[in-house]
Design a protein around this ligand. Structure first.
Ligand SMILES: [Ca+2]
Ligand SMILES: [Ca+2]
Ligand SMILES: [Ca+2]
Length: 393
């Protein structure tokens, strides 16, 4: 009889262990209006900053969503659809210089990257009169603006994502156009002293310096790189590129790259060649490390949400995994380099579809998602991520 109880308890324990929650979420704060990004300032305060599409930046301090906006530029932007305040990044030396950078569509619908300064009086209020335009470029239509911005942790340069502008998608293949690219600039200099709307320097090792093509361009051939990130440890670049009819792409540029990668759009979607006008089906096409098929009958993939490679401390089982999702479907994925290229695993749905618009890191490298009106912390296993059943596809 005693042995039976032992056997029963082992079976019961096994059943509990057989369906572990590899990824989960914890509520952090709510009450946001159309949040599109969450990030931190490198200043030791452990605050989170949430970007709202309508033009406000809100602060979470000690788990409290502060009612007064950090910055409100709603009066100088166009928002709605794919337009609005789309990205926020803090200068690596923010603790000493107080500079932050935003990416928004202005009243003409054109992209503006501008610098603001924190106010002298209050660390939770930026000076809305301190704007300095860093870079601006035309957007032919309202959609495909890209809009994310991040400083490279390895080079201190500002990276900016731009979509193809939803006009002529061949802009993504035109090295003279800033559309359909990841741009890379140095915000600590000004190579254009006579131009008040260009206040940045060109990194001398950018791939089109000294040859035909816009000097700000880092990589090209992207359709709508809505959210991207750097690996905070290595500087590797991960780009979620929203697809058209067939594939949601997650693209990768190692920190050792010289730039100039061409991710194929519109001549390719994933590995599929297109006969679009002017396209060379034998032309360059850097393939994604992960791609979600619209044709998957069990899923509803429609908008890649680029995530982050986990470098936090709370969930060692996630260490080194790139975690990403899709806005419409809600499935979460993890990826890392394997023996035969990148291995990718579907970790299931965390909080449902049409929810997560972006992800971000706190100062310690813990991961967060913005979804509906809230900010959620992404939680994981304490040990090996693969200790039990999971959907390995
Ligand atoms: Ca200038
Ligand atoms: Ca050039
Ligand atoms: Ca591609």
């Amino acid at each position: 009889m005693k042995n039976l109880f032992v056997l029963l308890s082992i079976i019961l324990c096994s059943q509990v262990i057989a369906q572990p929650a590899f990824l989960g979420t914890e509520d952090v704060a709510g009450g946001f209006s159309s949040p599109v990004s969450v990030t931190h300032a490198p200043d030791g305060t452990d605050r989170l900053f949430v970007t709202q599409q309508g033009g406000q930046i809100k602060v979470i301090d000690g788990g409290i969503h502060l009612p007064t906006p950090f910055l409100d530029i709603s009066g100088i932007i166009t928002s709605g659809g794919e337009q609005g305040l789309l990205g926020l990044a803090f200068h690596p030396q923010y603790a000493s210089n107080g500079f932050l950078y935003v990416n928004y569509t202005d009243l003409n619908g054109d992209t503006v990257v501008a610098r603001y300064s924190v106010s002298a009086a209050d660390a939770n209020i930026a000076d809305d009169q301190s704007a300095l335009t860093i870079l601006t470029f035309d957007q032919p239509f309202g959609a495909h603006n890209g809009g994310d911005i991040h400083f490279g942790p390895h080079d201190g340069l500002l990276y900016i994502s731009s979509g193809d502008g939803s006009g002529d998608p061949m802009a993504s293949q035109d090295p003279d156009s800033l559309l359909g690219k990841i741009l890379r600039i140095d915000v600590d200099g000004d190579d254009f002293p006579s131009d008040p709307l260009k206040n940045h320097a060109i990194p001398p090792d950018n791939p089109y310096v000294g040859i035909s093509g816009a000097d700000e361009v880092w990589v090209s051939g992207l359709r709508n790189p809505w959210r991207f990130s750097h690996d905070r440890l290595t500087g590797d670049l991960f780009i979620g590129d929203v697809g058209e009819d067939s594939w949601e792409e997650f693209n990768y540029v190692p920190a050792t790259s010289d730039g100039g990668e061409n991710f194929g759009w519109p001549c390719f979607e994933g590995a599929d060649a297109s006969g679009a006008g002017g396209c060379d089906v034998n032309g360059p096409n850097e393939l994604p490390i992960a791609a979600l098929a619209h044709s998957d009958p069990e899923s509803n993939y429609c908008s890649a949400i680029g995530g982050y490679r986990y470098r936090g401390q709370d969930y060692p089982g996630l260490a080194g995994w790139y975690i990403f999702t899709d806005w419409c479907d809600g499935d979460y994925f993890v990826a890392r380099p394997g023996v035969n290229g990148w291995e990718v695993h579907n970790m299931g749905t965390l909080i449902g579809g049409f929810a997560v618009t972006g992800m971000g890191e706190d100062e310690a490298g813990e991961l967060y998602a913005v979804a509906w009106s809230g900010v959620l912390k992404i939680t994981g296993p304490g040990d090996n991520i693969f200790t039990g059943d999971f959907d390995n596809n």
